[in-house]
Design a protein around this ligand. Sequence first.
Ligand code: SF4
Length: 343
Amino acid sequence: MDTEVIIHLVANSKKIKVVDRIVDAMHKITGAYSLVALTSKKMVGMRDPHGVRPLVLGKLDNAYILASETCALDIIGAEFIRDVAPGEVIVIDENGMSSSHPFTPPAPRFCIFEHIYFARPDSVLENRSVYEVRKDIGRQLAIENPVDVDAVIPVPDSGTPAAIGYAEQSGVPFELGIIRNHYVGRTFIEPTDQIRHLGVKLKHNANRAMIEGKRVVLVDDSIVRGTTSTKIVQMVREAGATEVHMRIASPPTTHSCFYGVDTPSRQKLLAAQYDLHAMCKFIGADSLSFISLDGLYKAMGETSRNAELPQYCDACFTGDYPIDLVDNDSGAEKELTLLAERS
Ligand code: SF4
Protein backbone atom coordinates (compact mmCIF):
# COMPACT_ATOMS: atom_id res chain seq x y z
CA MET A 1 0.00 0.00 0.00
CA ASP A 2 2.74 2.47 0.98
CA THR A 3 4.67 1.90 -2.22
CA GLU A 4 1.49 2.15 -4.30
CA VAL A 5 0.91 5.62 -2.83
CA ILE A 6 4.43 6.64 -3.85
CA ILE A 7 3.98 5.29 -7.39
CA HIS A 8 0.82 7.40 -7.78
CA LEU A 9 2.65 10.50 -6.56
CA VAL A 10 5.58 9.86 -8.93
CA ALA A 11 3.20 9.32 -11.85
CA ASN A 12 1.40 12.61 -11.15
CA SER A 13 4.49 14.75 -10.58
CA LYS A 14 4.90 17.71 -12.97
CA LYS A 15 8.68 17.22 -13.09
CA ILE A 16 10.28 15.90 -16.28
CA LYS A 17 13.15 13.65 -15.19
CA VAL A 18 12.32 10.45 -13.37
CA VAL A 19 14.64 11.09 -10.43
CA ASP A 20 13.15 14.57 -9.99
CA ARG A 21 9.68 13.02 -10.04
CA ILE A 22 10.65 10.57 -7.31
CA VAL A 23 12.15 13.34 -5.15
CA ASP A 24 9.06 15.47 -5.81
CA ALA A 25 6.88 12.59 -4.60
CA MET A 26 8.98 12.15 -1.48
CA HIS A 27 8.53 15.81 -0.59
CA LYS A 28 4.81 15.12 -0.27
CA ILE A 29 5.28 12.22 2.13
CA THR A 30 5.74 12.43 5.89
CA GLY A 31 7.06 9.38 7.65
CA ALA A 32 9.87 6.90 8.04
CA TYR A 33 11.18 4.99 5.04
CA SER A 34 14.14 3.62 3.19
CA LEU A 35 13.33 3.15 -0.47
CA VAL A 36 14.87 1.61 -3.53
CA ALA A 37 13.23 2.28 -6.93
CA LEU A 38 14.18 0.83 -10.31
CA THR A 39 13.68 2.44 -13.69
CA SER A 40 14.80 0.87 -16.96
CA LYS A 41 18.20 2.58 -16.66
CA LYS A 42 18.64 3.69 -13.05
CA MET A 43 18.44 2.48 -9.48
CA VAL A 44 17.43 5.15 -6.98
CA GLY A 45 17.75 4.78 -3.21
CA MET A 46 16.73 7.23 -0.50
CA ARG A 47 16.33 7.51 3.24
CA ASP A 48 13.78 9.69 4.96
CA PRO A 49 15.15 13.01 6.28
CA HIS A 50 15.23 11.76 9.90
CA GLY A 51 16.94 8.51 8.86
CA VAL A 52 14.61 6.44 11.04
CA ARG A 53 15.21 3.28 9.00
CA PRO A 54 18.62 2.03 7.87
CA LEU A 55 19.92 1.87 4.28
CA VAL A 56 23.45 0.93 3.29
CA LEU A 57 25.56 1.20 0.16
CA GLY A 58 27.82 -1.63 -0.93
CA LYS A 59 29.85 -2.69 -3.93
CA LEU A 60 30.58 -5.99 -5.62
CA ASP A 61 33.12 -5.75 -8.45
CA ASN A 62 31.78 -2.83 -10.52
CA ALA A 63 28.20 -3.05 -9.27
CA TYR A 64 26.75 -0.88 -6.51
CA ILE A 65 24.30 -2.42 -4.07
CA LEU A 66 21.65 -0.90 -1.81
CA ALA A 67 20.40 -2.94 1.12
CA SER A 68 18.70 -2.36 4.45
CA GLU A 69 21.49 -4.00 6.45
CA THR A 70 25.14 -4.87 6.03
CA CYS A 71 24.50 -8.59 6.61
CA ALA A 72 22.84 -8.67 3.16
CA LEU A 73 26.14 -7.48 1.67
CA ASP A 74 28.10 -10.16 3.55
CA ILE A 75 25.86 -12.90 2.19
CA ILE A 76 26.75 -12.09 -1.43
CA GLY A 77 30.39 -11.22 -0.70
CA ALA A 78 29.96 -7.49 -1.34
CA GLU A 79 32.00 -4.75 0.30
CA PHE A 80 30.26 -2.32 2.68
CA ILE A 81 30.96 1.25 1.58
CA ARG A 82 28.86 3.41 3.93
CA ASP A 83 25.45 4.16 5.37
CA VAL A 84 23.19 6.22 3.12
CA ALA A 85 22.78 9.46 5.08
CA PRO A 86 19.38 10.66 6.39
CA GLY A 87 17.60 12.50 3.56
CA GLU A 88 20.22 11.43 0.99
CA VAL A 89 19.25 10.33 -2.53
CA ILE A 90 21.57 7.89 -4.30
CA VAL A 91 21.32 7.38 -8.05
CA ILE A 92 23.13 4.46 -9.68
CA ASP A 93 23.30 4.19 -13.46
CA GLU A 94 25.75 3.46 -16.28
CA ASN A 95 27.85 6.46 -15.20
CA GLY A 96 28.33 5.11 -11.69
CA MET A 97 26.94 6.45 -8.42
CA SER A 98 25.89 10.00 -7.56
CA SER A 99 24.50 11.48 -4.39
CA SER A 100 22.33 14.48 -3.53
CA HIS A 101 20.60 15.90 -0.46
CA PRO A 102 17.31 17.44 -1.64
CA PHE A 103 15.66 17.62 1.80
CA THR A 104 16.25 20.23 4.47
CA PRO A 105 17.84 17.97 7.03
CA PRO A 106 16.28 17.87 10.51
CA ALA A 107 18.27 16.19 13.28
CA PRO A 108 18.73 12.45 12.62
CA ARG A 109 16.49 10.21 14.71
CA PHE A 110 17.51 6.66 13.90
CA CYS A 111 15.24 3.94 15.35
CA ILE A 112 16.84 2.78 18.61
CA PHE A 113 14.83 -0.45 18.44
CA GLU A 114 16.87 -1.47 15.39
CA HIS A 115 19.83 -1.81 17.75
CA ILE A 116 17.77 -3.67 20.36
CA TYR A 117 15.78 -6.11 18.22
CA PHE A 118 15.08 -5.48 14.52
CA ALA A 119 18.50 -5.56 12.93
CA ARG A 120 20.39 -8.80 12.63
CA PRO A 121 23.22 -9.15 15.14
CA ASP A 122 25.73 -9.72 12.34
CA SER A 123 24.99 -6.28 10.88
CA VAL A 124 26.81 -3.00 11.45
CA LEU A 125 24.57 0.03 12.11
CA GLU A 126 25.97 3.54 12.37
CA ASN A 127 29.50 2.09 12.41
CA ARG A 128 28.75 -0.13 15.39
CA SER A 129 28.31 -3.90 15.46
CA VAL A 130 24.72 -4.68 16.46
CA TYR A 131 25.97 -7.69 18.40
CA GLU A 132 28.45 -5.60 20.41
CA VAL A 133 25.81 -2.96 21.16
CA ARG A 134 23.42 -5.65 22.42
CA LYS A 135 26.13 -7.08 24.68
CA ASP A 136 26.80 -3.59 26.04
CA ILE A 137 23.08 -3.18 26.72
CA GLY A 138 23.18 -6.49 28.63
CA ARG A 139 26.18 -5.27 30.66
CA GLN A 140 24.39 -2.04 31.54
CA LEU A 141 21.27 -4.04 32.45
CA ALA A 142 23.35 -6.12 34.88
CA ILE A 143 24.85 -2.98 36.44
CA GLU A 144 21.42 -1.44 36.96
CA ASN A 145 19.49 -4.60 37.88
CA PRO A 146 21.65 -7.25 39.56
CA VAL A 147 20.11 -10.40 41.06
CA ASP A 148 21.54 -13.29 43.07
CA VAL A 149 21.07 -16.34 40.81
CA ASP A 150 22.84 -19.50 39.55
CA ALA A 151 22.42 -19.02 35.79
CA VAL A 152 21.79 -16.35 33.15
CA ILE A 153 19.47 -17.73 30.47
CA PRO A 154 18.68 -15.90 27.22
CA VAL A 155 15.25 -15.95 25.64
CA PRO A 156 16.52 -16.98 22.21
CA ASP A 157 17.43 -15.74 19.77
CA SER A 158 16.90 -12.02 20.21
CA GLY A 159 17.77 -11.97 23.94
CA THR A 160 21.04 -13.88 23.49
CA PRO A 161 23.65 -11.10 22.97
CA ALA A 162 22.22 -9.08 25.89
CA ALA A 163 22.27 -12.21 28.08
CA ILE A 164 25.94 -12.80 27.20
CA GLY A 165 26.69 -9.21 28.25
CA TYR A 166 24.63 -9.63 31.43
CA ALA A 167 26.53 -12.85 32.31
CA GLU A 168 29.94 -11.27 31.58
CA GLN A 169 29.18 -8.26 33.74
CA SER A 170 27.62 -10.19 36.64
CA GLY A 171 30.02 -13.15 36.61
CA VAL A 172 27.04 -15.55 36.69
CA PRO A 173 27.33 -18.55 34.27
CA PHE A 174 25.56 -18.20 30.93
CA GLU A 175 23.50 -21.28 30.03
CA LEU A 176 21.29 -22.19 27.08
CA GLY A 177 18.33 -23.06 29.27
CA ILE A 178 15.80 -22.50 26.48
CA ILE A 179 16.23 -24.01 23.03
CA ARG A 180 14.70 -22.30 20.03
CA ASN A 181 13.01 -24.24 17.26
CA HIS A 182 14.26 -22.54 14.10
CA TYR A 183 11.53 -23.94 11.90
CA VAL A 184 8.76 -21.64 13.08
CA GLY A 185 8.25 -17.90 12.47
CA ARG A 186 8.52 -14.91 14.79
CA THR A 187 5.67 -14.75 17.34
CA PHE A 188 5.84 -10.94 17.19
CA ILE A 189 4.19 -10.92 13.77
CA GLU A 190 1.68 -13.76 14.17
CA PRO A 191 -1.78 -12.35 13.51
CA THR A 192 -4.05 -13.71 16.26
CA ASP A 193 -3.69 -14.39 19.98
CA GLN A 194 -4.68 -18.04 19.45
CA ILE A 195 -1.92 -18.65 16.90
CA ARG A 196 0.51 -16.61 19.01
CA HIS A 197 -0.14 -18.82 22.09
CA LEU A 198 0.50 -21.92 20.03
CA GLY A 199 3.52 -20.22 18.46
CA VAL A 200 5.27 -19.80 21.82
CA LYS A 201 4.93 -23.51 22.56
CA LEU A 202 6.21 -24.46 19.13
CA LYS A 203 9.03 -21.97 19.21
CA HIS A 204 10.77 -22.62 22.54
CA ASN A 205 11.50 -25.63 24.71
CA ALA A 206 13.10 -25.69 28.16
CA ASN A 207 16.49 -27.39 28.48
CA ARG A 208 15.71 -29.07 31.83
CA ALA A 209 19.32 -30.16 32.50
CA MET A 210 20.38 -26.50 32.70
CA ILE A 211 17.42 -25.31 34.76
CA GLU A 212 16.31 -27.90 37.35
CA GLY A 213 16.99 -26.84 40.94
CA LYS A 214 18.50 -23.48 39.89
CA ARG A 215 17.66 -19.84 40.49
CA VAL A 216 17.70 -18.30 37.04
CA VAL A 217 17.51 -14.88 35.44
CA LEU A 218 15.93 -14.78 31.97
CA VAL A 219 17.12 -12.01 29.66
CA ASP A 220 14.93 -10.87 26.77
CA ASP A 221 15.07 -7.90 24.39
CA SER A 222 11.61 -6.48 25.16
CA ILE A 223 8.12 -7.16 26.46
CA VAL A 224 5.35 -6.20 24.06
CA ARG A 225 2.08 -7.93 24.97
CA GLY A 226 3.57 -10.13 27.69
CA THR A 227 2.21 -13.29 26.08
CA THR A 228 5.61 -14.78 25.27
CA SER A 229 7.15 -13.82 28.62
CA THR A 230 4.28 -15.43 30.55
CA LYS A 231 4.65 -18.71 28.68
CA ILE A 232 8.43 -18.71 28.97
CA VAL A 233 8.38 -18.08 32.73
CA GLN A 234 5.82 -20.86 33.18
CA MET A 235 7.87 -23.22 31.02
CA VAL A 236 11.05 -22.54 33.00
CA ARG A 237 9.22 -23.08 36.31
CA GLU A 238 7.80 -26.38 35.04
CA ALA A 239 11.35 -27.40 34.13
CA GLY A 240 12.29 -27.13 37.82
CA ALA A 241 13.70 -23.60 38.32
CA THR A 242 13.45 -22.60 41.99
CA GLU A 243 13.38 -18.85 41.19
CA VAL A 244 12.68 -17.12 37.86
CA HIS A 245 13.72 -13.49 37.47
CA MET A 246 13.22 -11.50 34.28
CA ARG A 247 15.51 -8.74 32.99
CA ILE A 248 14.63 -6.76 29.86
CA ALA A 249 17.20 -5.14 27.56
CA SER A 250 14.94 -2.19 26.69
CA PRO A 251 12.78 0.22 28.68
CA PRO A 252 9.06 -0.64 28.99
CA THR A 253 7.31 -0.49 25.60
CA THR A 254 4.49 1.94 26.37
CA HIS A 255 3.65 3.29 22.89
CA SER A 256 2.97 1.88 19.43
CA CYS A 257 5.27 2.40 16.47
CA PHE A 258 3.85 4.27 13.49
CA TYR A 259 7.06 4.18 11.48
CA GLY A 260 6.84 0.89 9.66
CA VAL A 261 6.81 -1.64 12.49
CA ASP A 262 3.68 -3.67 13.06
CA THR A 263 3.32 -3.21 16.83
CA PRO A 264 -0.01 -3.69 18.59
CA SER A 265 -2.22 -0.80 19.67
CA ARG A 266 -1.46 0.76 23.08
CA GLN A 267 -4.37 -1.13 24.64
CA LYS A 268 -2.44 -4.36 24.02
CA LEU A 269 0.95 -3.20 25.24
CA LEU A 270 1.55 -4.63 28.70
CA ALA A 271 3.60 -1.65 29.91
CA ALA A 272 0.91 0.79 28.77
CA GLN A 273 -1.64 -0.96 30.95
CA TYR A 274 0.25 -2.00 34.07
CA ASP A 275 2.94 -0.69 36.44
CA LEU A 276 6.10 -2.70 37.08
CA HIS A 277 4.68 -4.67 40.00
CA ALA A 278 1.55 -5.64 38.07
CA MET A 279 3.59 -6.58 34.99
CA CYS A 280 5.76 -8.87 37.12
CA LYS A 281 2.66 -10.51 38.55
CA PHE A 282 1.14 -10.86 35.06
CA ILE A 283 4.12 -12.76 33.67
CA GLY A 284 4.51 -14.79 36.88
CA ALA A 285 8.18 -13.92 37.58
CA ASP A 286 9.80 -13.53 41.01
CA SER A 287 11.18 -10.16 39.91
CA LEU A 288 11.13 -8.04 36.78
CA SER A 289 13.19 -5.04 35.74
CA PHE A 290 14.06 -3.11 32.61
CA ILE A 291 17.13 -1.16 31.54
CA SER A 292 16.60 2.57 32.12
CA LEU A 293 16.28 4.95 29.17
CA ASP A 294 19.52 6.72 30.11
CA GLY A 295 21.18 3.33 30.64
CA LEU A 296 20.15 2.35 27.12
CA TYR A 297 21.65 5.56 25.70
CA LYS A 298 24.79 4.93 27.73
CA ALA A 299 25.12 1.47 26.19
CA MET A 300 24.73 3.16 22.79
CA GLY A 301 27.82 5.24 23.53
CA GLU A 302 26.01 8.43 24.61
CA THR A 303 26.43 10.10 28.00
CA SER A 304 22.67 10.17 28.44
CA ARG A 305 19.50 10.93 26.46
CA ASN A 306 19.36 14.53 25.31
CA ALA A 307 15.87 15.51 26.49
CA GLU A 308 15.78 18.61 24.24
CA LEU A 309 16.80 16.79 21.08
CA PRO A 310 17.00 13.02 21.58
CA GLN A 311 19.72 11.33 19.55
CA TYR A 312 17.40 8.49 18.47
CA CYS A 313 13.76 7.78 17.86
CA ASP A 314 12.71 6.13 21.12
CA ALA A 315 8.99 6.86 20.83
CA CYS A 316 7.87 3.36 21.78
CA PHE A 317 9.43 3.97 25.21
CA THR A 318 8.67 7.69 25.60
CA GLY A 319 5.80 8.66 23.29
CA ASP A 320 8.13 11.36 21.90
CA TYR A 321 7.41 10.86 18.17
CA PRO A 322 9.98 12.68 16.01
CA ILE A 323 7.70 12.83 12.97
CA ASP A 324 4.19 14.16 13.44
CA LEU A 325 1.47 11.54 13.15
CA VAL A 326 -0.51 13.41 10.54
CA ASP A 327 -1.39 10.70 8.00
CA ASN A 328 -5.03 11.64 7.79
CA ASP A 329 -4.54 15.19 6.60
CA SER A 330 -1.10 15.19 4.94
CA GLY A 331 -0.53 16.78 1.54
CA ALA A 332 -0.05 13.37 0.00
CA GLU A 333 -3.37 12.16 1.38
CA LYS A 334 -5.16 15.20 -0.04
CA GLU A 335 -3.50 14.67 -3.39
CA LEU A 336 -4.54 11.03 -3.44
CA THR A 337 -8.10 12.01 -2.60
CA LEU A 338 -8.04 14.45 -5.52
CA LEU A 339 -6.65 11.73 -7.81
CA ALA A 340 -9.36 9.32 -6.72
CA GLU A 341 -12.02 11.95 -7.40
CA ARG A 342 -10.61 12.63 -10.88
CA SER A 343 -10.42 8.95 -11.90
S1 SF4 B 1 8.59 4.13 17.58
FE1 SF4 B 1 10.06 2.59 18.37
S2 SF4 B 1 10.15 0.97 16.81
FE2 SF4 B 1 9.18 2.78 15.89
S3 SF4 B 1 10.86 3.88 14.86
FE3 SF4 B 1 10.64 4.77 16.91
S4 SF4 B 1 12.03 3.58 18.22
FE4 SF4 B 1 11.76 2.45 16.33
